[in-house]
Design a protein around this ligand. Structure first.
Ligand SMILES: Nc1ncnc2c1ncn2[C@@H]1O[C@H](COP(=O)(O)OP(=O)(O)OP(=O)(O)O)[C@@H](O)[C@H]1O
Ligand SMILES: [Mg+2]
Length: 571
């Protein structure tokens, strides 16, 4: 155990706990002449902090101390504040497990970050960069991965950086829901992923007719922990055939269940089912959108290629070109059983970011921009400096190529995509923003609940399957998903480049107003999807977990709402 890392990750996590739980209105620290103080049951916790434009406290981890002078540990802080957090003892104890798992992985990440500069981090490929990122910015226990032990984390967690092979199963077509993009021969995809020789070797292991089966890639952990025992009935009947491990080596992305091949020549990412609780839910693959995923992807890609605004702003779609799902035949008979039992076996093939953007461009997830290197240098600053353009120009381009296309997709077509930093990838040319990619359409894409004529080109079945939301809720895919969950953490990082937070949001407002002026035909829609409202509803992800706890449920959790936030675009 490296005690320096232990001390540092605890301080960093204490700072995040104070900051986010204050933001979610669970904690009420007081400002004093000497800084800030927070009274727990047994202790006074003192620290220095800046207040950002969002009213959030940016706590300096190094400044945190306890009145009794004892060492600063995140779990001790939580226990001291338990009264304010309102958890039952059962939930609190479970939360401690999630928090301690997070600290464990935080130490691994810290070790990785040593000796790397922000410039090194922005220069590397996206698949390689994923291991250095700091997971969900709002969830305090953001690397919980409940169900994984130290060996599993070492093999499969993104920060370990270890590549691994996927396991291949043949599933009889009659037991499987499948969606494959029109015009795509799935066998061609498999040979692109596996190579011709390995594909042939794999198929040769199938004694039955190859045409009766789909080949699925599954996560090796899921196979050994769940599939081999829980799907034994299908293995026994010959409807499922284990073909063993094969193919390229894969690296975990930040979402842990989506993987990129370490060989950049493989043009597809694999999204696999993991019955692991990470941040808000178990990370399985539900069957609901499998069949329609490729068609929905193709529809989005067609919009991106044909709509003048989306084209100009460089919106790229990482299409989910094929998806497969196999139900557990007994669990499926229990309609209201835990959702995790209904999502254990599935696989989605998605175009890799690099394969959909121009050769002269490169991707970086929006989540990466809010990160800093070990010395505290923000990655966004390293990019701006390399680009040679001014910070204000760089930020304006970022808004034009991310917020504008996403907002246009919403206002013109009634389509919302949860635009958090793990779903949206910035496209760079010469280190400056020129576009963005979108992904994750199985659940994170929703439609407005009105009859927009622009939605008529989308297949009726797909329209009926997708979640529909009133406009004032759908707009939160941007307001909450992007402004609160991404920009709230980026804007304090640009002040070091001489751009105040106020200027940051004024630049964004200018970009939105310019876009709105260029589209007078959408003025009624702009009122419905109002980004310039005086306040924004506050969605509290930690509070949800504290409230619902860790017990099983037949549905994924719903958000908890706090007091409205003053919209920084209107300041
Ligand atoms: N910056 C981030 N913002 C949001 N989620 C993050 C971030 N970094 C890591 N995560 C993790 O990524 C996952 C995001 O959930 P989401 O449903 O968008 O993605 P996914 O469906 O798991 O994967 P994919 O986006 O590849 O389809 C969660 O497990 C979350 O904890
Ligand atoms: Mg996602």
């Amino acid at each position: 155990m490296n005690t320096r890392y232990w001390t540092e990750v605890n301080r960093t996590l204490c700072a995040k706990i104070i900051s986010e739980l204050h933001y979610e209105e669970l904690l009420s620290p007081q400002k004093t002449a000497l800084g800030w103080q927070l009274d727990g049951a047994t202790q006074q916790w003192r620290f220095h902090a800046n207040t950002t434009l969002w009213g959030m406290l940016e706590v300096d981890p190094k400044s945190i101390c306890r009145a009794d002078g004892a060492k600063v540990e995140a779990v001790a802080l939580v226990l001291d504040l338990r009264q304010s957090l309102g958890m039952t003892d059962i939930n609190l104890a479970n939360f401690l497990e999630e928090l301690q798992q997070t600290l464990y992985s935080d130490m691994v990440r810290l070790e990785q970050l040593e000796n790397l500069t922000a410039t090194d981090l922005v220069n590397m490929g996206e698949a390689q960069r994923q291991r250095y990122l700091d997971a969900h910015p709002k969830a305090v226990a953001n690397k919980g991965r409940l169900g994984w032990g130290a060996d599993d984390l070492h093999r499969y967690a993104p920060e370990s950086g270890n590549a691994f092979a996927l396991r291949w199963l043949a599933v009889r077509k009659t037991c499987c829901q499948a969606g494959v993009a029109q015009g795509l021969d799935y066998q061609t995809l498999l040979t692109q992923v596996l190579g011709q020789a390995e594909y042939q070797q794999l198929v040769a292991k199938l004694s039955g007719s190859v045409d009766d089966f789909h080949l699925l890639a599954v996560h090796p952990w899921q196979h050994q922990r769940f599939l081999s025992s829980q799907f034994a009935t299908l293995f026994a009947s010959g409807d499922l055939v284990d073909l063993g491990e094969a193919g390229p080596q894969w690296l975990a992305q930040q979402s842990i269940r989506t993987l990129s091949a370490s060989d950049p020549g493989v043009p597809f990412d694999a999204k696999t089912a993991l019955t692991i609780l990470n941040t808000s839910c178990y990370r399985g693959i539900p069957g609901k959108f499998i069949v329609q995923g490729p068609q929905l992807s193709a529809w989005l890609a067609k919009l991106a290629a044909s709509d003048a605004t989306l084209k100009r702003q460089g919106l790229y779609v990482q299409q989910e070109v094929a998806g497969f799902f196999c139900e557990q035949p007994y669990q499926t008979q229990i309609a209201k059983g835990p959702y995790r039992y209904h999502e254990q076996l599935g696989c989605i093939w998605r175009q890799r970011a690099e394969s959909v953007i121009g050769d002269h461009c490169r991707p970086i997830t929006m989540a990466a921009l809010m990160q800093t290197d070990a010395e505290g240098m923000p990655l966004i600053q390293a990019l701006v400096e390399r680009s040679g353009i001014s910070p204000a120009q760089w930020l304006t381009q970022m808004f034009e190529h991310v917020v504008v296309p996403l907002y246009h997709l919403m206002c013109q077509y009634g389509v919302g995509l949860v635009a958090h930093g793990q779903n949206i990838t910035l496209v760079l040319e010469n280190d400056a923003p020129v576009g963005c990619t979108i992904k994750d359409f199985h659940g994170d894409l929703r439609l407005v609940d009105q009859e927009f004529v622009e939605l008529e080109s989308l297949d009726d079945d797909i329209r009926h399957t997708l979640t529909k939301l009133p406009a004032e809720h759908l707009v939160h895919d941007l307001l909450t998903g992007h402004f609160v969950t991404v920009l709230r953490f980026i804007s304090p990082k640009v002040t070091g480049m001489g751009v105040s937070e106020l200027s940051f949001y004024r630049l964004l407002r200018q970009v939105i107003e310019d876009y709105q002026q260029q589209h007078p035909e959408l003025r009624h829609r702009f009122k419905q999807f109002d980004l310039l409202s005086p306040t924004i509803a506050k969605v509290c992800v930690n509070r949800v977990r504290f409230k619902i706890g860790y017990g099983d449920s037949d549905e994924r959790p719903l958000p908890d709402i706090g007091e409205p936030i003053a919209n920084p675009l209107m300041m």
